[in-house]
Design a protein around this ligand. Structure first.
Ligand code: CU
Length: 187
């Protein structure tokens, strides 16, 4: 019984490390998926990641789905005169031998109508569907509302934080969001 528990814990830890390192289907590898924690009453969120195509054929990310929001869309940002605007796209290209970066100010997976606030240091599953490689379920790590990249708070620091993840109650989140005081800016 005791041994079983140890094995289960090791398996769970292994899976966690695997999912933060990347997930792949066929020639597509998805790495460093991250999102920002919701600040205030933001009803939308976005996920960013690196998508590497190691194959000899171009592919496309054609859809995404997650149960954290009412709608999940693929978006990009474009300049409209002097104003940066985002708009929905039919697909995100992932050329053969290249890495497409989904990042603030560029391509992103958009969550409209969040069912719950995204809480820092948690994660959620996201399914990506590629035209050729098919579907991949990845894990998106929720970073601070001010995060600009997946590397912030990752690695050893994050491993340590995982241990007290359970202690982060709602009250603490409310205080944190109050402290940030800003509404979520959409990049
Ligand atoms: Cu968007």
């Amino acid at each position: 019984m005791r041994n079983n528990n140890i094995v289960m814990a090791a398996l769970a830890a292994g899976m966690m490390i695997f999912s933060s390192a990347g997930a792949n289907a066929g020639d597509i590898m998805v790495k460093n998926a991250w999102s920002r924690a919701s600040a205030g009453m933001a009803g939308a969120g976005a996920a960013f990641m690196e998508i590497e195509n190691m194959g000899s054929h171009d592919d496309k990310l054609i859809s995404a789905s997650a149960n954290i929001s009412a709608k999940t869309e693929l978006h990009t940002h474009m300049m409209d005169g002097d104003i940066m605007k985002m708009r929905q796209v039919d697909f995100i290209p992932v050329a053969s031998g290249e890495t497409t970066e989904l990042k603030p100010g560029g391509y992103h997976v958009m969550f409209m109508g969040l069912k719950n606030m995204l809480v820092e240091e948690t994660s959620f599953p996201l399914t990506l569907v590629f035209e050729k490689a098919g579907s991949i379920e990845i894990t998106v790590n929720v970073m601070s509302p001010a995060a600009k990249g997946a590397m912030e708070g990752m690695g050893h620091k994050n491993m340590g934080k995982m241990e007290h993840m359970k202690d982060t109650g709602n009250e603490e989140m409310k205080k944190m969001n109050k402290a940030h005081g800003t509404e979520m800016k959409h990049n």
